[in-house]
Design a binder for this molecule. Structure first.
Ligand code: EPU
Length: 341
């Protein structure tokens, strides 16, 4: 139990940790900070010898059966809207809020910038870690700064967009896991910014007259619900592997051997491949290994078929990685975080 000058008491308890893969998991010591001030007070006098493992909605994590490292859960859920000028609004959201609740609120106010990122599971605080992205938009396109507690400096500080080192499903928060606790995320949204409708399945909206931000959100939700299994019914963590990026020469040679391979050209003679296509063509869709499975409609999604553990999921992932290496000479990288026991 940790008490503060304010009289506030933060108690740590043993509790099971809900996660979207429905893996059995117990945290030996889970601290809960109800708001940002309580979180900062707790972190300033962190009572444990090791840094906390921050748990949000656990929708992008592969959890072990027991987490010995102390955990920290942030309950803060406020959102502050600050008008910049007649077109632009700064939105500061607390880490503990569900990401899609934030998107819904912003879209409800006619604010543009987050609509393509609708219906992504997880919390606001988790969004910068993997630089969430969908349908041609990434969080880094709209992010202004992140308020963190930085254990290296033993203090809170604001990190600019540049300091976050964002890349495809990557950031400093992923690279230096454990160093930062994300407290609030500040975004810059707009009432007028053009929609991004480049991505295949939402391109149809470009022909729509008087398109509203709400209509884009609805379409994105419809596409996601059709393609990705609902974690509430079929436990999963979304895309399990990153889409690999290879040099142009390798992509051309792969295309000769595998006509029809999906390829997206990138700047700098690089090509992004669709991991889902690679796994699908290798025959994995709808298969199972022990208590883990590959979803029958989307080969990029691994599922818990009931009572699976971290080991079952990782064994299936390893079998897939091996097969992709042998078939295409490509290394697949696991996208969600793997938490040590
Ligand atoms: N494909 C197959 N078979 C499959 C799955 C996909 O042939 O079983 C093909 C599709 O037909 C398509 C291509 O592979 O031509 C790419 O698939 P899709 O459009 O479904 O997108 P993705 O590359 O699988 C990425 C993100 C998703 C994001 C969508 C939309 C990654 C790893 N995944 O998926 O992000 O929602 O694009 O932007 O970048 C996530 O990160 O959890 C996630 C769901």
């Amino acid at each position: 139990m940790t008490s503060f000058d304010s009289g506030q008491v933060v108690e740590a308890r043993t509790q099971s940790i809900a996660n979207s893969l429905a893996l059995p998991c117990t945290g030996d010591k889970v601290y809960i900070a109800e708001d940002t001030a309580a979180a900062i007070a707790l972190l300033d006098r962190w009572p444990e010898p090791v840094r906390p493992f921050v748990i949000g909605a656990c929708s992008n994590l592969i959890l072990p059966e027991r987490i010995v490292q102390p955990c920290l859960q942030l309950g803060s859920q406020d959102v502050v809207f600050e008008t910049i000028d007649s077109q632009n609004v700064r939105v500061r959201a607390d880490a503990g809020l569900l990401w899609d609740s934030l998107v819904e609120r912003c879209v409800g106010q006619g604010l543009r910038g987050l609509e393509n990122l609708s219906w992504i599971p997880g919390t606001v605080g988790a969004a910068p870690v993997q630089n969430i992205g969908a349908y041609g938009v990434e969080l880094s396109d709209v992010l202004e700064e992140v308020l963190v507690y930085d254990f290296e400096h033993a203090s809170t500080r604001c990190m600019s967009l540049q300091e976050c080192h964002f890349a495809y499903r990557d950031s400093i928060f992923k690279q230096q896991a454990g160093r930062f606790v994300i407290l609030t995320v500040t975004l810059r949204l707009s009432l007028q910014r053009p929609f991004n409708l480049e991505y295949g399945e939402i391109r149809v909206l470009a022909e729509q007259e008087r398109l509203s931000v709400g209509m884009v959100r609805d379409k994105v939700i419809q596409v996601r619900q059709a393609k990705l299994p609902d974690p509430g019914r079929i436990p999963n963590v979304g895309s399990f592997f990153k889409n690999p990026v290879v040099p142009l020469a390798q992509a051309q040679s792969l295309l000769e051997h595998f006509p029809g391979m999906i390829q997206y050209p990138l700047p700098g003679d690089q090509v992004k491949l669709a991991a889902g296509w690679l796994i699908d063509q290798a025959g994995w869709k709808g298969t199972r290994l022990a208590r883990a499975g590959v979803h029958e409609r989307q080969a990029l999604v691994l599922t818990n078929l009931g009572k699976a553990t971290q080991k079952d999921i990782l064994e299936l992932a390893e079998a897939i990685r091996r097969s992709i290496r042998e078939r295409y000479d490509i290394e697949l990288e696991i996208e969600p975080g793997i938490v040590a026991g």
